[in-house]
Design a protein around this ligand. Structure first.
Ligand SMILES: Cc1cc2nc3c(=O)[nH]c(=O)nc-3n(C[C@H](O)[C@H](O)[C@H](O)COP(=O)(O)OP(=O)(O)OC[C@H]3O[C@@H](n4cnc5c(N)ncnc54)[C@H](O)[C@@H]3O)c2cc1C
Length: 94
């Protein structure tokens, strides 16, 4: 049977630094992640990812608007170059 000093479940902002810190102190660590390595913040939560996700959702809504009676002319597009600066005024606020 394998033994560990610690078993860390979840590779988000909490688990990842803890796993690295324990390993740096020569602890034997089992690191378990069930979904996306990096957790919520890295993959869906924090900026800029959440800005991209929000933009993509709006685009999906626009493309499927007809199902709800909203008609948007063809040729609409999404540009990530515009999506990213959209969060800048907030993050640059002192
Ligand atoms: C929509 C959204 C937007 C956010 N935006 C921001 C932001 O802009 N700035 C900011 O600072 N914070 C933001 N946050 C908060 C930030 O994402 C969290 O504070 C941070 O992710 C918490 O880290 P955590 O390690 O506790 O959890 P998580 O990052 O959620 O990590 C937990 C991990 O554990 C895994 N897990 C769970 N159960 C098991 C299991 N049984 N077995 C194996 N693995 C498991 C999950 O798959 C996940 O990867 C946002 C959160 C959300 C939901």
């Amino acid at each position: 049977m394998k033994t560990f000093d610690a078993i860390i479940i979840g590779s988000g902002q909490a688990g990842t630094p803890l796993a690295f810190k324990m390993a740096a102190h020569q602890k034997k660590v089992a690191f378990i992640e069930k979904e996306h390595l990096g957790g919520t913040c890295l993959n869906v939560g924090c900026t800029p990812t959440k800005t991209y996700v929000a933009s993509a959702r709006r685009m999906w809504d626009a493309q499927h608007g007809e199902e709800l009676g909203v008609f948007i002319p063809p040729g609409q597009k999404q540009t990530f170059r515009k999506s990213k600066p959209a969060k800048m005024p907030l993050s640059n606020n002192p």
